[in-house]
Ligand binder design. Structure first.
Ligand code: NAD
Length: 494
């Protein structure tokens, strides 16, 4: 990827976007649209169809028809594998186009977006393409006079509702295993990051995915999302987003058909640095990346920096120096380390958190302000507060922005107590040279993933999911297929 290739794509005009239902582009039936605003400069990029309940109904009918009578669920796994590989091929072929389109829509710095969005989405489709014919049923070890067959069946119609921070990557984590297992999908992207997923749906059709197997409804969460959540003919709802919406989806399920709801929610992840960390400079660098990449709009971001008291001053100063030096700005510049905040509303929320932390007595070490306002875009300085008390809002509430809270601790037990004093349980990290301590901490911390001497970094082969109020179920790995398959037993008397 070269800068001139990115620049050639950065100003292309984008046609008004329609819904994608049963293989066709269609406007919302009420003719309503939403503006797509670029976080890079506040300009209007294009419009999205603003789907209503009637549009969601059409999409679900298309998915149901494709599931009940279409070829996809009935195709031999080897056939589905070919189509999923072709989708991955097309994502790779159009990687730069997809990455730039997504960045113009959501503001992630391109160096990261290119890898995390088309790069990871292509890898995800390939992984589940290869899994299709390796995950199968069982013969149970019953008595001799019976045969217990355990079939794995697709669940039916899957609704996927995804957020704006990594739309292609998170979208693929849900769509690819659902399709691999033979389901039909209705996808609802976020209002502020729909463009790359609409393009993905076109590429899926080009790859040979039959009509109605993947449908995309764009629009407002409170309208289109709610209609999906309340629908009687959605079998499974897979969601990534905020806890507030996650709670609503559980309610919708209870009020409708008890559809299974899988939630990947937020976090307030502790990044714990002991004085015996093997390389404190490296720890500082990775800790800064672990909170400031994508302007902190990363569900697993290490947003609480727990530092052993003996090294606290020096270590916080190291991280602050890195934060202050970071290149924040044009997300389509390859040299940019942190791009734009996704929307004006998110920027306002971030700044409100900063104000509240200062009012509660946390000490602002660096950052804290909006910058580059003259561009019309939504940019914010990497921000670090020290002397954050575990009771302060900044230690408890997810910001989902480039704001790090440094909290001192005295010893291992104190670190565990503070780390677990949260309603979340998504990610964590421990920096130490002691193998025993690392293992003790991995056991003691309540989180879906505990990194040791690193932060972030993952692979499609390992599951991602939270405990406590960070959610349930897992994306990625073969475990994700459990969400999109039902077990059915045949009990046969011999
Ligand atoms: P959000 O919950 O507001 O929106 C997520 C999606 O839900 C969007 O598509 C939105 O349109 C839809 N939605 C909103 N209201 C709805 C409703 N009433 N009914 C149905 N759908 C509705 O969250 P967000 O602001 O887009 O994303 C940020 C949050 O997502 C953060 O809390 C972050 O931690 C979390 N997140 C978690 C992960 C993870 O893997 N655990 C990954 C990324 C983001």
């Amino acid at each position: 990827m070269r800068q001139d290739q990115i620049d050639a794509l950065r100003n292309l005009s984008i046609a008004p976007q329609q819904l994608f239902i049963a293989g066709r582009h269609e406007p919302a039936s009420a003719g309503t649209t939403l503006d797509v605003v670029s976080p890079l400069d506040g300009s209007r990029l294009t419009t999205l169809a603003d789907a209503g309940a009637a549009d969601v109904e059409r999409a679900i009918i298309a998915a149901r028809k494709a599931f009940d009578t279409g070829s996809w669920p009935r195709a031999a796994p080897a056939e589905r594998k070919k189509v999923l590989h072709r989708i991955a091929d097309l994502i790779e072929k159009h990687a730069l186009e997809l990455a730039v389109l997504g960045v113009r829509d959501n503001g992630t710095e391109i160096a990261m977006a290119y890898k995390a969005e088309p790069g990871s989405a292509a890898g995800t489709f390939r992984y589940y393409a290869e899994a299709v014919d390796k995950v199968h049923g069982e013969i149970a070890p019953t008595a001799d006079n019976v045969l217990g067959l355990v079939h794995r069946e697709p669940v039916g119609v899957v609704a996927a509702i995804v957020p704006w921070n990594f739309p292609l990557m998170i979208g693929a984590w849900k769509i690819a295993p659902a399709l691999a297992a033979g389901n039909c999908v209705v996808l609802k992207p976020a209002e502020t990051a729909s463009l790359s997923l609409l393009r993905l749906a076109e590429l899926c059709a080009e790859a040979g995915l039959p009509e109605g197997v993947l449908n995309v409804v764009t629009g407002r969460g409170a309208v289109a999302g709610e209609a999906l959540g309340l629908h009687m003919d959605v079998d499974v709802l897979a969601f990534t987003g905020s806890g507030v919406t996650g709670r609503r989806l559980l309610e919708y399920s209870a009020r409708s058909n008890l559809k299974r709801v899988y939630l990947e929610l937020g976090g307030k992840s502790p990044n714990i640095v002991f004085a015996d960390a093997p390389d404190l400079d490296l720890a500082a660098k990775i800790s800064a990346q672990g909170i400031y990449r994508n302007s902190g709009q990363v569900c697993v971001a290490g947003s609480r920096l727990l530092v052993e008291r003996s090294i606290r001053e020096a270590f916080v100063a190291k991280v602050a120096a890195i934060a202050a030096r970071m290149t924040v700005g044009d997300p389509l510049d390859l040299a940019t380390e942190a791009g734009a905040v996704n929307s004006a509303a998110q920027l306002e929320r971030n700044l409100a958190h900063v104000e509240r932390a200062a009012a509660e007595g946390a000490v602002l070490v660096t950052g804290g302000r909006r910058i580059l306002e003259e561009t019309g875009g939504y940019y914010m300085q990497p921000t670090l507060f020290d002397a954050v008390h575990p009771d302060m809002a900044l230690a408890r509430e997810e910001v989902f922005g480039p704001v790090l809270a440094a909290i001192p601790f005295d010893d291992e037990a104190d670190a565990v107590r503070i780390a677990n004093a949260t309603s979340y349980g998504l990610a964590a990290a421990v920096w130490t040279s002691s193998l025993s301590r690392a293992h003790r901490m991995v056991r003691a911390i309540k989180a879906g993933v505990v990194h040791v001497n690193t932060y972030g970094g993952a692979d499609i082969t390992v599951p991602l999911g939270g405990v406590r109020q960070s959610g349930n179920g897992h994306d990625k790995s073969l475990h994700a297929l459990d969400k999109y398959t039902d077990l059915k037993t045949a009990w046969i008397s011999l």
